[in-house]
Design a binder for this molecule. Sequence first.
Ligand SMILES: [Zn+2]
Length: 120
Amino acid sequence: MQIGNYLRGLLGYSKAQYAIKLAEVFKDWQRPAASCDLPEDQLRYIHDASKCPYCKSKYGLYEGPRGGASINLFCGNPDCDSRFNVVDPSFGFVGIGQFTGRCPEDFIEHRRKEIADGMV
Ligand SMILES: [Zn+2]
């Protein structure tokens, strides 16, 4: 291991910043009409940017229920209303996950209220 890589590993920010910049240039992905497996570049975007690949909203993603090694992620933009099931990002990047349709209605209502109240 190079000493520079070792130090970057200790500081833990250089590579992540670079990855987010790369992720931001990914193209326009269309929200699928039905549940489906996510292609690896969209999974990478979710993992690196912690944002929904369809609306790329500043509201980011919210954690929903977990099951085993996977976690539900809800887009924080209620107008997008996209839900994902991915391998928990704390395990590192794993290129397996799905778009699973719409978010729970109570989550969408909660988000609309937070945004209206300026809580973002
Ligand atoms: Zn979204």
